[in-house]
Design a protein. Sequence first.
Length: 340
Amino acid sequence: MRGVIMHAPGDVRVEEREDPKIIEPTDAIIRVAAACICGSDLWPYRGIEKLEGPTPMGHEYVGVVEEIGPEVKSVKVGDFVVGSFFASDNTCEICRAGYQSRCVHNVVMGTIGTQAERARIPLADGTLVATPNPPTTEEIRSLLAASDVLGTGWFAAVAAESGPGKTVAVVGDGAVGLLGVLAAKRLGADRIIAMSRHADRQALARKFGATDIVTERGDAGVAKIKELTDGLGAHSVIEAVGTQESMMQAIHSTRPGGHVGYVGVAYEVELNGLDLFFSGVHLHGGPAPVRRFLPELVDLIMSGEINPGEVFDLTLPLDQAADGYQAMDERRSIKTLLLP
Ligand SMILES: [Zn+2]
C-alpha cells in the first residue's frame, strides 16, 4: 500500500509500505477513506520533535472495515467507522471514567501512521464507532474532523465548563480552536469570544458561533477580554495552542472561579506557582478523550446538525501529501485533508 513517510524535517514522501495485518485478535484492518495532516505533525516537520529514522505519519482516520480479528464483536466487515488518535479498550476504570486517551491499554495511533491506504486499528471494539449508514462525501469530511480536531475542541469546551449563562473565550484559531467555538455554541454558551488575527479564520469562527473577535494577543489580549467582561474575565477559556504565551493568556483571561480547558500540547510551558495560586481558576485538560464524545458527535454529524468538515480548506490526493505539509507549515491551510 501507499503511505506517508517522514524522512527528516521538511522531507515528506509517499512510498510503498507493507500492508497491515491482524496481529492481535482484537485488531481490525480498515481501508482509509480520508486522513489528514495535524498541527502536531508539524513538530517533527519543523525539527522541534526528533525523528528516529523514517517514520510513518498520521493519526486521524475514517474508513471501511476490511478485516477483523476473531475477538472483535462490535464492528463488522463493511462498516464505516471513525476512531481517535488513541486506541483504547473502553472498558478499564480510566476509560469508564471518560478518559479513554489515558486508557491503561492505550495505543498511540501515530505509531501506526494513518496517512496511508490501510491501517491496523488495535482494540477495535473499544476504539471504533460505526456510522448508522454509509456517509456522503460531505459527512466523511465531518467524521474525519471528529477523529481529532472536533473531539479535541469539544473536550476543551466541556473541560472549560462552557454552557448557558457563560462567556467563553477561545485562545487559538487553528482547527481545534475553531471547533472549540462550535462546541461552546452547541453546549449553549451565551457569548463566545474568538481570539484571532486572520480574516479567513475569523469568518469561520463567526460561522461556527463566535459572537466577538479579539485580535490582540498576550497581555493586550487579556486586557481586551477583561474589557468585554466587566473587568472580570471570561467564565470559560479554551486554550488550543500550547505555548507559554497562550497558556498565560488563557489563565489570565479567566475570572476567579472560572475554568480553563487546555488542549494545546504544552511544549515547554512553565507555570508560576504564586501566579496560579492567586488566579483562583480551575485547570483541566490534556490529550482529549475523543472516544468519550464520538457516539454523540457521529449522531450530530449524520443528522446534519453540525458541519465541522468546513475546517478542511485544502483537499489533496495522498500522493501530494508533501504539498499539504508545506501548506500547513506556511499557514496557507488551516487543515489539509488527504484522499488515499
Ligand atoms: Zn481503557
